[in-house]
Every structure is written in C-alpha cells, then in structure tokens.
Design a binder for this molecule. Structure first.
Ligand code: THU
Length: 142
C-alpha cells in the first residue's frame, strides 16, 4: 500500500528509525522488542522503545515513550507513526497505546506496523480506535 500522506523518502526514514529503535528496548521479561517512531508536522522524527519493569504492569510501551518524548520536546502535531517488532506481521499498538496516541493523532493519521521481514501493514488511527474518546469530547461538556 502506498503512503497516505508521506513521501517514499519520509516513510523510508520513519521505518528505519522504528526498526533501529528496537535495539534500545529494555525487555528482560517478555523478550519482545518494540520500537516506535513519529514524524511531526514540522518534519522532526522521534523514537521510543518499550521499557519493562520488575513490577510487570509498570512497564511502558514503545509508542508511549515516543509520544511522551515528542510532547515533552514541544511537539504535539504528528503526520505518521511507525511501530516495529520481531514478529510477522508486525504487532499493532496495544489498546492502551491506541488511546494514548489518540490524544495527539487525528483519525486520519497513518500508523505503519513493521514486521521483522521489513514489510508493513498500514491502518489509520480511526481504524485502530473507532468511535474513540478524545480531548474534544471533554470540551463539549464545558
Ligand atoms: N509492547 C509495546 O511496546 N507496544 C505495543 O503496542 C505492544 C506491546 C511491549 C510491552 C511489553 O514490554 C512487550 O511489548 C510485551 O507485551
């Protein structure tokens, strides 16, 4: 499938960064490496990887680390997300990550999921989290 709103070069960079980010995963319990990358509206890339904890539920997913890093660096508008794992097809974001991403990602934003074979499946934010609850819903009650 062709990129929705990215050039081939942008998608190539985004995928390379997500795949490279797997090397930074700290996953001594699951041994399930996940890397994530983001492309911001102004053309900056951010990465994240999963970081686990001896108290298992405390661990943080790759997507959350990437988004948190970008947001704390002042970037809140994104064009695309990529997630890379060592399975085929590539893992899709967990439910908690979908909601976390939804805060900053519009329903049309593409999420590229890379398997260890380098191939991807693309779904939009709206496909991964339909009928979602977002920050604009809170505004309706003010
Ligand atoms: N994981 C992610 O980082 N992102 C996801 O969307 C799926 C799951 C991580 C969490 C945990 O460190 C490992 O994968 C196994 O669940």
């Amino acid at each position: 499938m062709a990129p929705v709103n990215l050039t081939e070069a942008e998608l190539s960079t985004l995928s390379a960064k997500a795949i490279e980010a797997k090397a930074a995963a700290y996953c001594p319990y699951s041994h399930f490496r996940v890397g994530a990358s983001l492309l911001t509206e102004d053309g900056t890339y951010f990465i994240g990887a999963n970081v686990e904890n001896a108290s298992y539920p405390v661990g943080i997913c790759a997507e959350k680390n990437a988004i948190g890093t970008a947001v704390t660096a002042g970037h809140k508008s994104f064009r695309a997300v990529a997630v890379a794992s060592d399975i085929i097809p590539g893992t899709s974001p967990c439910g908690s990550c979908r909601q976390f991403m939804r805060q900053f990602c519009p329903p049309s934003l593409p999420i590229y999921m890379y398997g260890t074979d380098g191939k991807y499946v693309m779904k939009t934010m709206g496909e991964l989290l339909p009928d979602s609850f977002g920050p604009e819903d809170l505004e309706k009650n003010r």
